[in-house]
Design a binder for this molecule. Structure first.
Ligand SMILES: *[C@@H]1O[C@H](CO)[C@@H](O)[C@H](O)[C@H]1NC(C)=O
Ligand SMILES: *[C@@H]1O[C@H](CO)[C@@H](O)[C@H](O)[C@H]1NC(C)=O
Ligand SMILES: *[C@@H]1O[C@H](CO)[C@@H](O)[C@H](O)[C@H]1NC(C)=O
Ligand SMILES: *[C@@H]1O[C@H](CO)[C@@H](O)[C@H](O)[C@H]1NC(C)=O
Length: 798
């Protein structure tokens, strides 16, 4: 045996996945907090996101992720992008302020990262404080800017009372600007004990006046915005940042979101809202500030009862002085509103009006052909076509027809903006292809069944029946019922067309069933409208549902009877069903493993997991009754006797999280695990039943924090494995693992989902969402969560 193992270890080649591709859900799927065009390089633009990094625009309107290598398990917060700046004098240079949260959810200080090759590689300059890419106010900005006349000078406006920071060596180091004393007085909820809404949002934009002269080689006039509706929110320096003062006569009621210079007019345009975004806004304004005369003009497009929203996105046409477009930040009914002016805001043309028949008369057409599920689940079911959370709206500085704006769901835009005001309609097209910002809650590949079931936060979930479907944006999401979030999904091992999923919100029935592999669904009324969340497991013959809820402990429904408590299991237990024997279910909590042999009616303690104190995942073999793997803080345990006894796997992989079996290239099954192995905390694969492990993640691909990642080996396609991330969608890769005799012959696929990592941040952020959305007059569709609750920014990450 010793020799065999050694031999296996030696010949097992380290074949890391050469490449990981996104499963193509399409449409973006999350909040695009900022879009930045380069001022002189035509077509060069980047989109930043709050939990999924940065994307670069391609000439065919698609996007390419450029930060997939920067967010491994120890620096996952690098995918939270709070600001992005380009060097106006060098189209190859990008700066970004990175870090996810300023509260305890994120343990580390933030950075300013820089690329000198348009995002191919990055270097990091550490800051002495945190950065909040997924914090309130993240759509303001940009709070990072490069001096247009001096590439060495970079300013960053910090959160949390940390003030203004400046680099004079092109980002290699930053020093505090001590003469700038405003820190932004506003925190949305000072009593928030999570520290999420109680933190000062700080400085919100840096805008250079490129028409001003230079002082000491640097642009003289600089404007800085703060989140402040008490004292002042727009400050100016006339001497390249030596001294600062509040701009005189400025409006003081609302918070400025965007501040754009129109150099030929020598004017600033600013959008204001009564909240700092991205979910709020019931009042607002648009102002024009004439830099020469110092006069502020209120150019708000609407007033009185027509003004029930704040303003966010602001695009200034640099080719046509006087032309600009502003967007409602959030207008929940009947739709967002966009206004265009060609006379510096003296008059405005809305993109839709109420027609004489009482219906909306739109001057635009929708095109969601690149993500047809947006039509099925959103446009066909709602009047809110133009979106919500519109913080960034940009007109290509070199092309008056080309525009883009980010929403909570996608990026819209097009190439015929100057149709506005003519008899031709403006195209609003979903142009987010390549952006996959999904927060994935579960991935399952069903042996002999559906290739990929992906439970998703904010868009409910998607079914990809076969591998050949992975590159095609689905025509629908998981609907009837369409929930905001599906948190868990499982299939019945002996009847693989039978699938169950559970949702994550109170107020509706949060269990749905499918008998055609997830192609269509129906509500399971065995539940009530109070239970939600957690993890679900389906018995092998599809007659029993075991549900470890996040609200009501572990409950069970057999033969469609109402769910009742499983008193022998603790709340929040990790659960799984045996995939072959209908009577068996498994569960784990802390160090205790539980087994039921009576379709989850009752559980008793199973074999001991020596040394483990935390059970994270349970993976039952898809074709062999009684065979299962259990992932714990000390590694993986294996049982072949229905969990009566366990053997710890011998390979050097510890502190494992999600695990999965997947079809191997021989008759055997591969085992996949996120854990701490020879190359640190990564995704590993084993073809010899966990005796030896190969780093299949590779050093150029990161997935964010591994304790938030989902993994699912393909049940149907040898050596393919799916990875669900929190903010970068679903990846898949093929890695041929060799060596060893594999896990026992036959088939496998998983039943995992731990309810562990979610808790505090999810609940607090969900409440952020519901608070903000309920404040607006909005219709709620029956049996579904409200569409506008979608935002992509609700990280499940603690
Ligand atoms: C952030 O940096 C400061 C200054 O170096 C340091 O004192 C502090 O401990 C750091 N905070 C964290 C959370 O690492
Ligand atoms: C500042 O804005 C907040 C949020 O809209 C509001 O509650 C507060 O009353 C405002 N304060 C002042 C002084 O206007
Ligand atoms: C939206 O969908 C729900 C559930 O499918 C349906 O009941 C409702 O009528 C739809 N609303 C619209 C405006 O189409
Ligand atoms: C994560 O990235 C950091 C910074 O690049 C690196 O030092 C560390 O080794 C990486 N960890 C893993 C597990 O790849």
């Amino acid at each position: 045996m010793k020799y065999l193992k050694l031999f296996a270890a030696v010949i097992a080649p380290v074949l890391a996945a050469t490449s990981w591709d996104n499963v193509h859900i399409g449409g973006g799927g999350g909040f695009v907090s900022g879009i930045v065009f380069h001022p002189s390089e035509k077509g060069l633009a980047y989109a930043r996101t709050d939990i999924g990094g940065i994307y670069k625009l391609n000439s065919d309107d698609s996007w390419t992720p450029i930060t997939d290598g920067i967010a491994n398990s120890s620096n996952w917060h690098n995918w939270g992008i709070d600001a992005l700046a380009l060097d106006p004098q060098d189209p190859d240079i990008i700066y970004a302020a990175v870090g996810m949260y300023t509260n305890s959810w994120d343990p580390s200080n933030g950075s300013i990262m820089k690329s000198t090759d348009q995002g191919a590689t990055w270097t990091f300059t550490s800051l002495s404080f945190k950065v909040g890419g997924n914090m309130p106010g993240r759509g303001n900005g940009e709070r990072l800017a490069v001096d247009p006349q001096n590439s060495n000078i970079v300013y960053f406006g910090a959160r949390s009372g940390n003030g203004l920071w400046k680099s004079t060596n092109a980002g290699q180091s930053f020093q505090k600007v001590t003469s700038f004393t405003a820190v932004g007085t506003y925190a949305p909820d000072p009593s928030d004990t999570y520290g999420y809404n109680s933190d000062l949002q700080g400085l919100t934009f840096i805008t250079f006046d490129s028409t001003s002269g230079k002082t000491g080689g640097a642009t003289s006039r600089i404007f800085v915005g703060t989140a402040d509706n008490v004292t002042a929110s727009v400050y100016v320096s006339e001497n390249a940042g030596s001294t600062w003062s509040a701009v005189e006569d400025q409006p003081d009621t609302f918070f400025p979101h965007k501040c754009r210079l129109q150099p030929e007019e020598k004017a600033l345009y600013l959008t204001y809202s009564d909240g700092t975004g991205p979910y709020d806004g019931t009042q607002g304004a648009v102002y024009r500030y004439d830099i020469t005369t110092g006069v502020w003009d209120d150019i708000t497009p609407v007033s009185g009862s027509s003004l029930y929203f704040g303003f966010g996105g602001l695009g200034v046409d640099l080719q046509e002085p006087g032309t600009l477009v502003v967007a409602s930040l959030n207008s929940w009914w009947p739709d967002a509103q966009l206004f265009r002016s060609t006379d510096s805001g003296a008059s405005w043309d809305p993109i839709w009006v109420w027609g004489s028949s009482g219906a909306m008369d739109r001057s635009h057409t929708m095109d969601v052909t690149l993500a047809p599920w947006i039509k099925t689940e959103f446009l066909d079911n709602d009047t809110k076509w133009l979106g919500w959370m519109i913080e960034s709206l940009e007109i290509d500085p070199l092309d008056s027809n080309h525009w883009l704006y980010g929403t909570g769901l996608t990026i819209y835009g097009g190439h015929d903006l100057t149709n506005w005001g003519t008899s031709s309609k403006v195209t609003t097209k979903s142009l987010a292809d390549g952006i996959e910002e999904y927060a994935v809650q579960e991935v399952k590949s069903v042996p002999g069944g559906t290739e990929l079931l992906a439970a998703i936060a904010d868009e409910c979930g998607f079914t990809f029946l076969a591998q050949s479907d992975l590159g095609t944006a689905p025509s629908k999401a998981w609907d009837t019922p369409l929930w905001t979030t599906s948190i868990s999904v499982d299939y019945a091992g002996n009847k693989v067309s039978n699938v169950v999923r559970v949702g994550n919100a109170a107020g509706n029935y949060m269990v749905a069933l499918s008998s055609n592999g997830g192609s269509s669904w129906y509500i399971n009324y065995a539940t009530d409208t109070a239970k939600y969340g957690g993890q679900v497991a389906y018995s092998a013959d599809a007659d029993t549902i075991l549900w470890s809820t996040s609200t009501s402990g572990v409950v069970r429904s057999a033969n469609s009877a109402s769910f009742s408590a499983v008193s022998s299991l603790p709340s929040n237990a990790v659960i799984a069903s045996d995939k072959r024997n209908n009577k068996y279910f498994y569960a784990g909590s802390s160090a205790t493993f539980y087994v039921s042999s009576n379709t989850a009616s009752s559980f008793s303690s199973g074999g001991s997991l020596s040394g483990a104190s935390s059970i994270r995942d349970i993976e039952a073999h898809p074709t062999i009754a009684g065979e299962l793997y259990v992932s714990t803080d000390v590694g993986i345990f294996h049982s072949t006797d229905f969990g009566s006894s366990f053997t710890k796997l011998s390979g050097a992989l510890t502190d494992t999280h999600r695990i999965s079996l997947g079809k191997g290239s021989s008759a055997s099954w591969n085992l996949y695990a996120f854990g701490d192995g020879s190359n640190g905390e990564r995704l590993y694969g084993s073809a010899d039943g966990g005796s030896s492990w190969t780093d299949i993640q590779g050093s150029s691909q990161t997935f964010g924090a591994i304790d938030g990642c989902r993994v699912g080996g393909s049940g149907n396609n040898a050596d393919y494995v799916y990875v669900g991330t929190n903010g970068r969608g679903v990846f898949y890769g093929k890695v041929t693992l060799s060596g060893g005799s594999g896990t026992t012959s036959s088939t496998t696929k998983a039943a995992e989902t731990s309810s562990t990592t979610q808790s505090s941040s999810t609940s607090s952020k969900s409440s952020t969402s519901s608070t903000s959305t309920t404040s607006s007059a909005v219709p709620t569709t029956t049996g579904t969560a409200s569409h506008y609750q979608q935002c992509g920014g609700f990280s499940s990450r603690v």
